[in-house]
Design a protein around this ligand. Structure first.
Ligand SMILES: Cc1cc2nc3c(=O)[nH]c(=O)nc-3n(C[C@H](O)[C@H](O)[C@H](O)COP(=O)(O)OP(=O)(O)OC[C@H]3O[C@@H](n4cnc5c(N)ncnc54)[C@H](O)[C@@H]3O)c2cc1C
Length: 401
């Protein structure tokens, strides 16, 4: 079955893909625009899955990012339940699970990432939180009343811990590092966050990776790398992600832990672009191409790629990286990027009170800032980071705040 399109095809109808569609229309593209997604109800508020929706008493589902009226108004043809299975760069076709071959002049890869699975020795993939379907499964853990062991101390694990505690679920969190998120937030903020979880009743087992998981009659035996075995009644996992690029293997598009792009979103194949979590951008600051897995980045990056295609430009996506996390009613905002070995300086407030700005940097270079409470500071530090200001400038900004 061939669907003639010969316009622009976007694969992935989430934050990056739908924003790319918006960018295309905003940039003046008026031709055919098709967005494919393997999910039956794609395009929803994914960050809410591990926050209010996991904690919700009623079975609310995430809000859709676009209504069918909004899509129709922009002339966007959304093919839900149509997963891309392959990309033919010579004949310029996307091949789908329905056997369709859809022609394109430009294609945007916005397929995001999938949760890295933790599979038991019996071959069962343990529950995680990435999709609507995952949320439904994870909620069963809340209603079962059984204690939950969380494997993984990243954002998803910590947010899920907070959500489960708000429903009175007993939670133990296993984390391979000595302190969850210390590399991203710095030790002092990470310690404060850890203590906040402790105060809310979360138990931790830190500094040991999970080696394997075995199903038992009572639940699971979790074998830790240090040789100990922990019993668990039920398990939820959050151990990282894998870029959703299987369908591109052998296509000729360069892959390296994601779809490799330049700063404008172009891949090595003319007419093939990538945006959002799946895009691994070449960056002079880092050795290997880097992916950013954050909501605001996916939206901004998608729009930039759409504008570039529509206008025939190659403008770089150079917004200051931003991410947030919500735990126990507090929101932590992260601007820029803390790098390994960075010094962390409290420039405003105090960490202990949960009202602070911490600047991250090395020498006199400012690399990032973590903000809690002081939302007004976000504008200041975004400006400083954009202007490549120094750590001294950050201290100066704090003094005049
Ligand atoms: C539980 C959770 C909580 C989060 N919380 C936050 C937060 O608080 N703050 C923050 O900054 N970020 C958060 N994130 C990260 C944020 O959600 C992602 O950065 C964002 O969703 C990336 O958007 P994307 O469009 O690039 O990819 P995705 O949202 O992953 O979307 C990719 C889409 O592509 C589709 N797809 C995949 N393969 C194919 C294929 N072969 N064919 C067709 N379609 C395909 C998928 O079905 C999906 O709809 C969270 C993520 C999760 C999972």
């Amino acid at each position: 079955m061939t669907r003639v399109n010969d316009g622009i095809v976007i694969v992935g109808a989430s934050a990056a893909g739908l924003s790319a569609a918006d960018g295309l229309r905003e940039g003046g593209y008026t031709g055919p625009l098709t967005v494919l997604d393997g999910e039956l109800e794609p395009g929803y508020d994914r960050p809410m899955l591990s926050k209010s929706l996991l904690a919700a008493e009623e079975h609310a589902m995430p809000a859709p990012l676009r209504t069918s009226e909004q899509l129709a108004a922009k002339g966007i043809d959304l093919l839900a339940g149509h997963g891309a299975m392959g990309l033919d760069i010579d004949r310029r076709l996307v091949v789908t699970n329905w056997g369709e071959a859809i022609g394109w002049r430009h294609v945007v890869v916005a397929t995001g990432v999938a949760a890295r699975p933790v599979v038991t020795s019996g071959g069962t993939a343990l529950p995680t939180l990435r999709t609507r379907a995952d949320l439904t499964a994870a909620r069963r853990l809340v209603t079962s009343g059984r204690p939950v062991t969380l494997i993984g101390g990243g954002f998803i694990g910590l947010e899920a811990a907070a959500a489960l505690r708000s429903r009175g679920v007993e939670v133990t969190l296993l984390c391979a590092t000595e302190l969850p998120l210390a590399g991203i937030l710095g030790k002092e903020v990470a310690r404060w966050l850890h203590d906040l979880h402790l105060a809310n009743g979360v138990s931790f087992d830190l500094g040991t990776a999970t080696a394997s998981v075995e199903e038992t009659a009572q639940g699971y035996d979790i074998h830790l790398a240090d040789g100990r075995v922990r019993r668990a009644a039920s398990v939820l996992t959050g151990v990282g992600t894998e870029p959703a690029t299987d369908w591109l293997i052998g296509s000729g598009v360069e892959l390296n832990h994601g779809v490799v792009t330049d700063a404008a979103g172009r891949t090595n194949v003319e007419g093939v672009w990538a945006a959002g979590d799946v895009a691994a951008r070449r960056n002079p600051l880092h050795g290997r191409p880097r992916r950013f897995e954050h909501w605001t980045h996916a939206i901004e990056h998608g729009r930039r790629v759409g504008l570039n295609i529509a206008r025939g430009e190659a403008a770089p996506h150079d917004a200051v990286p931003y991410a947030w996390t919500e735990q126990y009613g507090l929101t932590l905002h992260m601007l820029g990027e803390r790098r390994p070995g960075d010094t962390d300086i409290v420039v405003e407030g105090s960490i202990a009170t949960g009202d602070f700005v911490v600047a991250h940097g090395a020498g006199d270079e400012l690399h990032g800032a973590t903000v809690c409470g002081r939302v007004r500071a976000l504008r200041t530090y975004r400006k400083l980071l954009r202007a490549r200001a120094s750590l001294n400038d950050a201290l100066g900004a704090a003094a005049s705040a």
